[in-house]
Design a protein around this ligand. Sequence first.
Ligand code: NOJ
Length: 709
Amino acid sequence: MSQFVKELISKMTFTEKIGQMTQLSGDFFASDNSAITGPLQQANLATTDLYQVGSILGVSGVDEVKKIQENYLQHSRLKIPLLFMADVVHGYRTIFPIPLALAASFDPQLVSQTSEIFSREAAAGGVHVTFAPMVDLVRDPRWGRVMEANGEDPFLNSELAKASVEGIQGQQKIPDADHVAACVKHFAGYGAVEAGREYNTVDISEWRLRDQYLSGYQAAIEAGVPLVMTAFNTFQGKPATGNYHLMRDILRRELGFKGPLISDWDAIGEMIAHGTASDLQDAAQQALKAGVDIDMMSMAYLKLARRVHPSSELVDLVNQAVERILNFKESLGLFTDPNRGLHSENEKQIFSTHNLEIAQQAAVESTVLLKNKNNLLPLSKDCRLGLVGKFADNPDLLGSWSWQGKMAETQTIKSALQENFTKVSYIQNQQLQAVDLQLLKQQDVIVACLGLSAQQSGEATSMTHPQIPDQQLALLRKLQQLNKPIITVLITGRPLVLNPIIKNSDGLLLLWFPGSRGAAALAQILLGEKEPGGRLPMTFPKDLGQIPLYYNNFRTGRPLVGDKSDLENKYLSKYIDQENQPAFCFGYGLGYAKTALSESKLDKKTYQSIDSIKVSVKIENHSDISAKQVIQVYCHQIVGETVRPQWELKAFQKVKLQPKEIRKVEIDLPLNRLAYVHSDLKRRLDPGNYCLRVGFDSQSGLRQSFKII
Ligand code: NOJ
């Protein structure tokens, strides 16, 4: 603790300390300086409470931020600047593809670059902290928040968690005034909500939490994330926000997190609804003991401030929390410049041409080509396109959590295709009358833009049927009768059950929510100016009843391997009415160029646990066009102390190849990545026999064996 912070704390009253530990939304801070705003009255707060509050969420914009900060500093006794926090998740004003789409890029450098851009834009808009990245491991597409996540694989999740934090903070441990600080969320395990239902119970074993769910948060902490947010869910029967074991033992002691811990919105107060706290005072005490420093919006900590004689334990806990908060404020330079980052020079880069170019590149790298029958794609510029579907002329391409992004400045697919193709016939009518069908019949190819709207993914959008609505399927069926090649472009924030779509489409492009420049990226992809660069970060199931379905499930005692004798055997881990296979597996995605792997080799047969394996493989581009591929390395442990997944991703590398290029690629695989959590809850690496597979997805590849001694 600096001398400055020490002296400041010594001057603070107990109430002022609690104020620093409270966060309110922007509605409380009326910009016209009026004494009592509606929300204050509703929450039974006085203006004096307001001028002691430590942070504010959901406000940005140079003028607004300056006004609130100046007014606050005029009124507050000790003049401790307010911290401004907000959800800048995949873009501030320039919107990048949603995080799940960016995960499909399998490109940590790109994720770092897009994060840095939105961080700069947000800092210029007066934000100090973004509530990102969200690194909850996700396996259930019924949960709407999968769109904010990095998918189902712990290794990919960790690599991207690290890249996001480094990007947001501008590769600095303490972000300078041109960047915001990151806040990783939601600690811990929120992605495992039962039945994919939002805010529901999480009941996974501590073994599983440690083996698969913790690594994303850990990677963010190791990358220097200065803040952590708690989760809404329970862990082992206790709400995470009041869970001493989770926060003190695991987060602080084991993972070594030293910064401020903030609750999710009203998560302290919600302990009453959970039935684990009797009232706000009780909830506040539990959260404080568990180590939560900032109460977002439940006003529970303010209740503690009203205590006439706080216990010495309470005083100690409050002092520790305040120290963490003020240290953080000091590290950001807020005491020297409460208007940090708010320079007109910085503002100019918001929504700049450069930022939009990167958004377009990111959309190209995130788009996944799922089907390309008879190499229908790419198309020629003068091919006659018939364009239909809900998303054909619709700026709803930004996705949830795109706060400052504006649909009004988002180009639609129709406009981008009209700019790039000579003949585009757009049919607005979704019912397709005879005259529409007549017009479509005269086209060479039909492009159907289908999907779910931004309102159908993100927080509070759990869904029992993650699939394309019937009305849109009916449209596709009508199109099918025209006997024309159909390319379906999918807009979605989550994996969908795509059965009728796969059958009725010749080309299938998964655009996700591609952001500000998604439509232009699609035009480039359709024309073959760019190869779609995405590979699935989540499995796409064949059937609703298979959910949750993910590639890295644990081995069972009666596995279905898939050969003939298996299919006849009733007593295996399978369904009687559906296959175990997904529609599209993790890691899957096609390119336009034809590529192949051969000659995979390991540098040795036997390794020590501290070694790295050098995996080498030859990749060949057989085509006359340049190629993009994601080389994926999966490992399999023959015998473990606990069960292990059949295959687990342990390394990947995205490569770009010239036409006809042949290249030898070397991938480093440090063996400590193969360590896993044993039944004593400790992570370690086992000696023994292993297999490794190098391929282009999670289901196939070239196999090698090796041994760790
Ligand atoms: C609730 C969400 O769960 C969290 O992710 C978000 O950061 C906060 N609201 C603040 O908006």
